[in-house]
Design a protein around this ligand. Structure first.
Ligand code: MRU
Length: 345
């Protein structure tokens, strides 16, 4: 395992110190949280201090590795297996989390605890990270090849460097198109209830100097109707065998709007987001979250509640977009549309 320092997560090899950027506090406060052990990481994942499909996979793997490194002589193989399962179950929708933990534990069928040594786990965690960085680079390049000069692009949620270890997925494509001088403009859906667009995508676009306009989610229809949006780029948390995919709640609505207005709509994701065992979107488990997120909002600005304390709410964190509304999936292996879906296998 090597020392690394990404925008979202950092590791000091000498000090065996793992930290994550607390995404709940962005954009105004950049605060790093120490990960003492996997139970801290589970809390950070559940409360969305660490979020974004690729990043939760990396965060969980790194916390497992560092815990074994710090406690190697005390932990049994059963302990490590139990902890890995707890990490694996910390959020249900993004399959990257399950893949990363399964990769770390791929040696669990092996004979004894030596196979789960810190050295082995560190090697696997490092290869997961290197792979994620490389996949971000590839999909950014594939995606940017589709972008025409002067396009205005709508994006939903946050899919950039704070959600990954690398350039990002949909935001990686945007970053690459900007770098190539394509003179793009980004419309950012604020993404209720947790405002990943309003707080995090804006934070990243500001850092990169990419021109953007922030909108409330219910403004996208008007923009599309007036011809102001030429393309939609979103991320994904799980892509099924038939191309249906889960992403942040609200994505499905945007796909319906795009279809109605003839605007190309793409999901951008690494292969670690593809779950070939999921036949269709019906099979994806959708996380439901607490009422307080819908009854009000919280962040670096504090906590506010505007709805009655006991108001009944519905708060799914994700929705499913069917492949028939998708122009193409932009993956690190290339661009997939309904005619070459079998490439996913
Ligand atoms: O609940 P979140 O903020 O973890 O949801 C994140 C998303 O839905 C992203 O669009 C997805 O993980 C792709 S991120 C590269």
């Amino acid at each position: 395992m090597e020392t690394f320092n990404f925008l979202s997560i950092r590791y000091n090899k000498e000090e065996k110190k793992l930290e994550i950027l607390d995404q709940r506090k962005l954009p105004d406060i950049e605060e790093w949280l120490l990960v003492n052990d996997p139970s801290d990481m589970i809390t950070y994942i559940k409360q969305l201090s660490v979020r974004g499909a690729p990043l939760i996979g990396v965060g969980a793997s790194m916390s497992l590795y560092n815990h074994v490194l710090l406690n190697e002589s005390k932990l049994t193989k059963e302990d490590i297996t139990r902890i890995s399962m707890e990490l694996r179950e910390s959020r249900p929708t993004a399959v990257n989390l399950m893949y990363s933990i399964d990769e770390m534990m791929q040696v669990k069928q092996a004979e004894d605890k030596r196979d789960l040594s810190a050295e082995n786990l560190g090697r696997i965690a490092m290869s997961i990270i290197k792979n994620e960085v490389e996949m971000c680079r590839k999909m950014s390049e594939f995606g940017a090849s589709l972008i025409q000069h002067g396009e205005s692009i709508l994006t939903h949620c946050n899919t950039g460097s704070v959600a990954t270890v690398g350039a990002g997925t949909a935001l990686g494509v945007i970053r690459e198109a900007h770098k190539q001088g394509k003179n793009i403009h980004v419309y950012v859906d604020e993404t209720r209830p947790l405002l990943q667009g309003g707080r995090l995508t804006t934070y990243e676009l500001e850092r990169e100097g990419i021109p953007y306009t922030l909108i409330c989610d219910n403004m996208a229809a008007t923009l599309m109707r007036s011809g102001k949006i030429q393309r939609v780029l979103v991320g994904a948390d799980r892509i099924c065998r038939n191309g249906d995919f889960a992403n942040k709640i609200g994505t499905y609505g945007v796909s319906v709007l795009a279809h109605h207005h003839n605007v190309p709509f793409h999901a951008v994701a690494p292969m670690s987001t593809v779950d070939i065992k999921c036949e269709t979107g019906e099979d994806i488990p959708i996380e439901e979250r607490s009422s307080s997120e819908v009854q009000g909002a919280s962040g670096a600005f504090g906590t506010v509640r505007w709805a009655p304390k006991n108001s009944k709410t519905f708060n799914p964190a994700f929705d499913v977009t069917p492949m028939n509304l998708v122009t193409s999936l932009i993956l690190d292996i290339g661009i997939i549309d309904k005619n070459n879906l079998d490439k996913l296998k």
